[in-house]
Design a protein around this ligand. Structure first.
Ligand SMILES: [Zn+2]
Length: 279
């Protein structure tokens, strides 16, 4: 696990074990608010140990940005904190959480001890503002990666904890490309010093506009490219030839995992456009 500081009061923890997942903590005068957990309990425990060792009070709240296990598997370790999330996040965890957790456990014995935990406090119909110890955290639903994807804006620090709404490559297999295209421009409406992405490096002020633009551009380009394949009667081979770099994104981030995400995006779009048929 890597630890860094993006402002006086905000720490970011990045997993070494899986896909450079990030979790963050906002330190206030009245305790700590954690946003997301790390995928494996061993790393989440290190994060909790570090935060408790700061002498800045207890971890009072944990916020879930969306239901995916790589960001929520550590929920059960925050026994004394209240768990906050969008109503759609709680519903998705109730509907899909047990099944996906059991599947994950089959592939990763390190997850054996993980217990599903669902948000205690939920919100819907607009933003939620959490005020604690001089900090204001604004939770805003931004569907795209998943229907429940939420970003957390720390107003005093001008830092956006964007989770998977901002990634090196937008990934919408569990969500909707159209929603993503609608949500991303809204990220630029915040007054920002930095963005903590759900996976990978922190984006600094001068990098934000280009990163968001290139993601919107990518989402539009792959729509066009997949539509061309479908119109020409092409199959999966033609689809596989749509190279990530020809869609304006690098193949390097997340140790190359972005190429798999890209292929999965293409396949999801193709299935959508051909009404779910495989070929
Ligand atoms: Zn993720």
């Amino acid at each position: 696990m890597r630890r860094e500081r993006v402002s006086d009061d905000i720490y970011v923890f990045t997993s070494d074990l899986y896909a450079q997942v990030t979790a963050s903590a906002v330190v206030t005068k009245e305790g700590i608010i954690v946003v997301d957990t790390l995928p494996f309990p061993q790393e989440t425990r290190l994060m909790i140990e570090f935060l408790e060792g700061l002498g800045q009070g207890k971890i009072r709240y944990l916020i879930n940005t969306h239901w995916h296990g790589d960001h929520t598997n550590g929920n059960f370790l925050f026994e004394d904190a209240q768990l906050v999330g969008h109503r759609l996040c709680a519903e998705a965890l109730l509907d899909l959480g047990s099944k996906t957790l059991e599947e994950a456990k089959e592939n990763a014995p390190e997850l054996e001890e993980v217990q599903l935990r669902i948000p205690d406090i939920t919100f819907d119909q607009g933003d939620m503002l959490l005020h604690l110890g001089g900090k204001s955290l604004q939770m805003v639903l931004m569907p795209g990666h998943t229907p429940d994807s939420t970003v957390v804006y720390v107003r005093e620090d001008k830092v956006l904890l964007a989770a998977d709404t901002v990634m090196p490559l937008p990934y919408f297999v569990w969500g909707s490309r159209e929603d993503f295209v609608a949500s991303l421009p809204r990220v630029l409406e915040f007054n920002l010093e930095s963005i903590v992405q759900g996976h990978g490096e922190v984006l600094l002020r001068g990098e934000i506009r280009e990163a968001i633009q290139s993601s919107i551009n990518y989402l539009n380009v792959i729509h066009r490219r997949v539509a061309q394949v479908v119109e020409a009667g092409g199959g999966l081979d033609a689809l596989r030839q749509i190279d990530i770099e020809s869609c304006g994104k690098s193949r390097i981030p997340l140790n190359g995992l972005v190429q798999e995400l890209h292929q999965a995006n293409l396949f999801a779009l193709y299935q959508q456009m051909t009404g779910g048929s495989q070929d």
